[in-house]
Design a protein around this ligand. Structure first.
Ligand SMILES: [Ca+2]
Ligand SMILES: [Ca+2]
Length: 261
């Protein structure tokens, strides 16, 4: 009899194991380390810190991305996007990344799309959501919230160079300027704002080694008809905390000359 019960128990365990591994074939083997890697269209993780896993998924439907977390849904509209003209617009398909918050067991949901573009390679559209039982709330959108004003001053034109100051980047250097351009335009626009043209790329990485990842986005910047900056891109580093993104730092990318003053 004992033997029979043992066999029966063993059989029940085997069936349970088989069932648990087959019952949800789409369930990903998601863990926090995956935060560093590529995105997914379906994730299972505790988003709101109640120690119960929440399933988040996205689907592309016409001109919309539907973000679904448990019974909550948010619709991201892609109207006017490259979807309308291009049958292969994606460099990276719409995907979900989870962002661990600093000093918290909450996670933010990052929905990303990387578009193919001919001019500059890629364009990133990013949306960040919080989740709780009452809903999905968009807390950040790269098209409206990720705009940083970079004020510049140029002065002291001599020997074909000007002094360039960009306080936000802690940048103070001399850069070569065409004399005709300086006389004809820049001398009358010695102070201004550098325009950000595109969010081109993003990554999730522990930028400051505090064991919590930051969201780092790359922007293309422009001075208009004549590009005289010593860099073409900046990186914005966002801390992920308190259910929000906080801009920590903006740093110039590309070839920054050594300070030569
Ligand atoms: Ca949860
Ligand atoms: Ca960090």
């Amino acid at each position: 009899m004992n033997g029979y019960i043992r066999v029966k128990s063993l059989l029940a365990i085997v069936i349970l194991l088989l069932y648990s591994s087959c019952s949800n074939p789409e369930a990903p083997d998601y863990n926090d380390e995956d935060n560093q890697g590529g995105g997914k269209s379906l994730v299972l993780a505790d988003l709101n810190g109640d120690k119960v896993n929440d399933q988040a998924s996205i689907t592309l439907e016409g001109q919309n991305i539907n973000l679904q977390v448990e019974v909550q849904r948010a619709v991201i509209k892609l109207e006017g996007s490259m979807l309308e003209q291009d049958t292969h617009p994606f460099y990276e398909e719409p995907s979900i990344h989870l962002l661990n918050e600093k000093d918290s067991n909450h996670k933010l949901i990052l929905v990303s799309v990387l578009w193919n573009t001919n001019k500059i390679g890629t364009k990133a559209d990013l949306w960040v959501f919080t989740y709780d039982e009452t809903g999905l709330v968009k807390v950040w959108d790269s098209n409206t919230d990720g705009r940083v004003e970079l004020a510049y001053t140029v002065s002291d034109y001599r020997d074909g160079e000007v002094s360039l100051e960009i306080p936000r980047l802690s940048l103070s250097t001399r850069v070569p300027i065409d004399e005709a351009y300086y006389e004809g335009y820049l001398s009358a626009h010695s102070e201004g704002i550098i325009e950000e043209t595109t969010t081109s790329m993003y990554e999730i990485r522990d930028f400051d080694n505090d064991n919590t990842p930051e969201l780092i986005i790359e922007k293309v910047v422009s001075t208009g008809a004549v590009e005289w900056l010593p860099f073409r891109r900046v990186l914005e580093v966002y801390q992920i905390a308190n259910d929000e993104l906080h801009l920590l730092k903006v740093i110039p990318r590309d070839n920054i000359p050594e300070q030569s003053q």
